[in-house]
Design a protein around this ligand. Structure first.
Ligand code: NAD
Ligand code: IMJ
Length: 256
């Protein structure tokens, strides 16, 4: 068998540094022959993303703040001019105001709620709409979610609500885009130490609980998320769409 993603152009959104889940996925995709286009949020992330990709031949990075429509339009226009077609899109973007993760959920402000859902859920709809015009040969869209959409995890708060909206958006998008041969799926990842997990109080404790309770008695690593994304981005998953796939060493199946 040749390389899984040979000849495919894949847009990767959400690399911040080498610990980012999007970076783990990008490395796996690159090894399987994909041509990658990266986006970064702002100048600070831009520096580190450009350094990371410097050794990936034929790869480039564009700035795109997902809350700014003109940034998204400019990004897809640039991709259309330079590449014409894309075959895959990785969406690994989430944000809630820090105070909304620290305070009790009941105190979430209207602005905080709207912002978390805008960045973490609506952004998938916004990019899927633009991507569909470039996915002229069909395609695969993959996003990242967390079990905090299904059950309550202390401190996940409005992010849990945003992930529930994201997961349901995956289903509606899969139904809309299926006739064009575009599949849309989410990976529900177990906890993993990235910038978005650092500074979360009791994160180490959460990892310990997973390591005790998960059927596989350990937590996941970036490489495993990369491999799952390869499956979803490639023809290996050609009949899979609208799915939320747990990659969590089985943690989610346990009752107690
Ligand atoms: P990360 O901090 O490396 O990645 C989050 C990314 O979101 C960053 O690159 C950041 O720049 C980007 N982002 C935030 N606001 C943005 C905006 N306005 N415009 C553009 N980009 C913006 O952390 P990560 O853990 O790799 O997170 C990636 C995804 O994985 C997120 O959706 C997260 O919810 C999800 N996830 C993480 C875990 C975990 O334990 N780390 C578990 C399950 C799911
Ligand atoms: C985040 C908060 C609370 C509990 C949490 C997490 N658990 C896990 C995470 C148990 C695994 C990480 N996660 C799945 C996320 O989606 C994180 C999103 C996030 C993190 C931050 C931290 C810094 C900040 N805003 C954030 N917004 C979203 O200011």
């Amino acid at each position: 068998m040749g390389l899984l993603l040979e000849g495919k152009n894949i847009l990767v959104m959400g690399v911040r540094n080498k610990w980012s889940i999007a970076w783990g996925i990008a490395q796996a995709a690159y090894k399987e022959g994909a041509k990658l286009i990266f986006t970064y949020q702002g100048q600070r992330e831009g520096e580190s993303v450009k350094e990371l990709i410097s050794e990936m031949e034929g790869t480039e990075a564009c700035q795109c703040d997902i809350t700014v429509d003109s940034d998204i339009d400019r990004l897809f226009e640039t991709i259309r001019e330079k590449y014409g077609t894309i075959h895959g899109l990785v969406h690994a973007i989430a944000f809630a105001n820090r105070e909304d993760l620290l305070n009790d959920f009941v105190y979430t402000s209207r602005e905080g709620f709207a912002h978390a859902l805008d960045v973490s859920a609506y952004s998938l709809v916004a990019v899927a709409r633009r991507a569909k015009d470039l996915m002229t040969q069909g395609g695969s869209i993959v996003t990242l979610t967390y079990m905090g959409s299904e059950k309550v995890f202390p401190g996940y708060n409005v992010m849990g609500v945003a992930k529930a909206a994201l997961e349901t958006s995956v289903k509606y998008l899969a139904a809309n885009l299926g006739p064009a041969g575009i599949r849309v799926n989410a990976i529900s990842a177990g906890p993993i130490k990235t910038m978005s997990a650092r500074g979360i109080k009791d994160f180490s404790n959460i990892l310990e609980v997973v390591e005790k309770k998960a059927p596989l008695r350990r937590s996941i690593n970036l490489e495993e998320l990369g491999h799952t994304a390869l499956y979803l981005l490639s023809g290996l998953s050609s009949a899979v769409t609208g799915e939320v796939l747990h990659v969590d060493c089985g943690y989610n199946i346990m009752g107690i």
